[in-house]
Design a protein around this ligand. Structure first.
Ligand SMILES: [Zn+2]
Length: 297
């Protein structure tokens, strides 16, 4: 969580002076600082407008609760809108949460079968009570000119110098698997990670696939790029981990690391926060990591 940038504070202060009629308009021809308020729909449309071939006819990026017409008092970006995140949003007087992942436990956020479920009700009713709006931003941020999530994750890992826009391959200075895992643990504040392979294996060619792109896609990318290591969010145990294990049993040099879904893409929520601070001036935005629901013991 970072405080407002000095630039934004300047704009806000200038806006206050303008509102009080104390200052002639120094921003003529520059519309955004004069905008007094933003609705959810305006923010959605602005983000979507800079995504190639958007809006999409089929997308999971819908409003899960609340309304397009709500005037936004503040925004929280995160991976999963947990109860803790909802309570923090209320504390911050933010009435729009933009998560990357589902609110109600499935890809399409189906709720028909949950209507009488006490867990669903606890969350839904809390959101309703505080009149919060949730807009999922998954498909749109991934399909920007260059994947916004990947950019955010690369920045979080401090690997910008090794990144080629549009590519999931990073050529990092030669190290070993153990050092790569330690680096991720430190940068992403993850206590432990599951991996397949030899901790002493040499690593320089990294295949970075945050989130859960699916076993077949992970294996196809390994075929295409022949990396030293696949770094991903998660994988079904019976798919890619078994493939990488077989590769090791056959004497091939290949390893994989699972960061955990949430941490592996949390950099994307930081990216969205930064985007909003630049493009939606005057609205306070905070990124709050939602953490992994699974603990290690
Ligand atoms: Zn994602």
């Amino acid at each position: 969580m970072k405080k407002s940038t000095p630039r934004r504070q300047f704009l806000l202060q200038s806006g206050a002076l303008l509102g009080a009629g104390l200052l002639a308009n120094p921003f003529s021809g520059w519309a955004s600082p004069l905008q007094k308020s933003w609705t959810v729909g305006e923010i959605m449309d602005l983000f979507i407008s800079q995504v190639p071939k958007a809006p999409f006819a089929q997308t999971v990026d819908t409003i899960k609760i609340g309304s397009r017409d709500t005037v936004v008092t503040g925004i929280v970006t995160t991976m999963f809108p947990s109860i803790e995140i909802i309570k923090k949003a209320v504390e911050l007087k933010a009435n729009l949460i933009i998560p990357h992942e589902p609110t109600f436990y499935s890809g399409q956020d189906e709720t028909d079968y949950l209507q009488n479920d006490p867990v669903f009700r606890g969350k839904y009713d809390l959101l309703a009570k505080h009149q919060l709006t949730i807009w999922r931003n998954h498909d749109y941020v991934h399909r920007m000119q260059d994947d916004g999530v990947r950019i955010g994750v690369v920045e979080e890992l401090g690997w910008k110098d090794y990144y080629t826009p549009g590519s999931p391959i990073l050529q990092i200075p030669t190290t070993n698997l153990k050092a790569v895992i330690d680096h991720i643990k430190t940068r992403m504040q993850v206590p432990a990670m599951r991996y397949v392979g030899d901790l002493n294996q040499r690593v320089s060619k990294v295949l970075l696939l945050p989130g859960a792109v699916g076993g077949k896609t992970q294996i196809t990318r390994i075929q295409e790029h022949r990396p030293d290591v696949l770094i991903c969010g998660e994988s079904n145990e019976w798919e890619t981990p078994e493939y990488v294990k077989t590769a090791n049993e056959l004497g091939m040099k290949l390893s994989m690391v699972e960061i955990g879904h949430s941490a592996s893409e949390e950099g994307g929520s930081e990216f969205v926060k930064n985007w909003l601070q630049t493009h939606v001036p005057g609205v306070p935005v905070n990124h709050i990591p939602s953490g992994n629901s699974l603990s290690v013991y």
